[in-house]
Design a protein around this ligand. Structure first.
Ligand code: HEM
Length: 317
């Protein structure tokens, strides 16, 4: 299994970034009310069944939505397969560890049977991302819909995804390019209350021993799981000790020096983000409310109006 490597991220500093325009596109909560009223039920049932069968699915779909929206906006460009002529986002280094595309493909196949050529793959993913949070005991919010699917997907653009080694300034800039503010950054990073990371995303940080912000016992535990000469490419650590429950433990862990990524821990080192971490650690309800609001904002990033309604999420029409 391939994993995230550091070098492409480092190269991001020298490449010209592709700016994703932030649009206030005309999305609405009842977009499919007349044309496909059963869409959300079909998606919910598909995602729920898949998650019962494989508990890794919720975290994977939440991350998938984030990675899609950050590259070319929420246009399902991440769902497209590579072709002989084009290496797609899916095969870009940070996305090799994004899995469970089959769940979105399944939901879309069922929706196509119920209401052909109506519901975009970008909307299916946005709804699925909401459902996995709610079904992991997190907040629920009405998803705005009406996105169109893009026709372009390029692996080399995934270099513009934020790196787990970034500091707060870099993360703030990366989010700002997508119209997301400092509070959105801290709030959405709370997505790391779910899921798992491979060693390669944090190994450098623990073995260089140069990061004094890590709790020493926690660092020792990570070193055990990810020894320097690690041969197990599947090895890693859960992002949170309650990694299948959506809660505010992520923020409590950061305060305790137990953030898995440098980019998580960075949020407690910077005055612009530290007080927000404190407020979410103290008040889970506040975190839930802000998470729902920031996910709606994330879902607005770069929404396109001149795309298509893909019939199959992995190929353009
Ligand atoms: C702030 C910048 C972010 C960085 C640098 C970052 C980086 C990463 C990395 C390196 C992984 C582990 C990949 C692996 O080794 O398997 C990961 C996992 C994950 N990320 Fe993020 N992430 C960020 C923001 C977000 C956001 C905004 C969300 C969702 C709202 C999110 C949701 C997740 C989830 C759920 C996982 C676990 C996936 C799984 O278990 O398969 N991340 N992230």
């Amino acid at each position: 299994m391939a994993v995230i490597s550091i070098s492409p991220f480092a190269a991001a500093f020298v490449l010209v970034l592709t700016v994703v325009p932030f649009t206030e596109a005309a999305l609405s909560a009842d977009y499919y009310h007349q044309t496909c009223p059963q869409a959300e039920t079909i998606i919910y049932q598909t995602v729920r069944n898949a998650s019962i069968y494989d508990p890794k699915v919720p975290a994977r779909l939440l991350r998938m939505f984030f990675h899609d929206c950050f590259i070319r906006g929420c246009d399902a460009s991440l769902l497209l397969d590579s072709t002989t002529k084009n290496k797609a986002e899916k095969d870009g280094p940070p996305n090799i560890s994004v899995r469970s595309f089959y769940v979105i493909d399944d939901a879309k196949t069922k929706i196509e049977k119920a209401c052909p050529h109506t519901v975009s793959c970008a909307d299916v993913l946005a709804i699925a991302a909401r459902d996995v949070v709610a079904m992991s005991q997190g907040p629920w919010w009405p998803v705005l819909k009406g996105r169109k699917d893009g026709r372009v997907s390029k692996a080399n653009e995934t270099i513009n995804l934020p790196s787990p080694f970034s500091n707060a300034t870099t993360l703030i800039q990366s989010f700002a390019k997508r119209g997301l503010d400092v509070k959105d950054l801290v709030t959405l990073s709370g997505g790391h209350t779910l899921g798992f990371s491979h060693c390669s995303s944090f190994s450098a940080r623990i073995h260089n021993a140069s990061d004094p912000s890590i709790n020493s016992e926690f660092a020792m535990n990570l070193k055990k799981k990810c020894p320097l000469k690690n041969k197990d490419r599947n090895a890693g650590e859960f992002l949170d000790s309650t990694s299948s429950k959506f809660d505010n433990d992520y923020y409590k862990n950061i305060i305790a020096g137990k953030g898995v990524f440098g980019s998580d821990q960075a949020l407690y080192k910077d005055t612009r983000t530290k007080s927000i971490v404190d407020s979410f650690a103290k008040d889970e309800k506040l975190f839930f409310k802000e998470f729902a609001a920031s996910m709606v904002k994330l879902g607005n990033v770069g929404v396109i109006e001149d795309g298509e309604i893909r019939v199959k999420c992995s190929v353009v029409n």
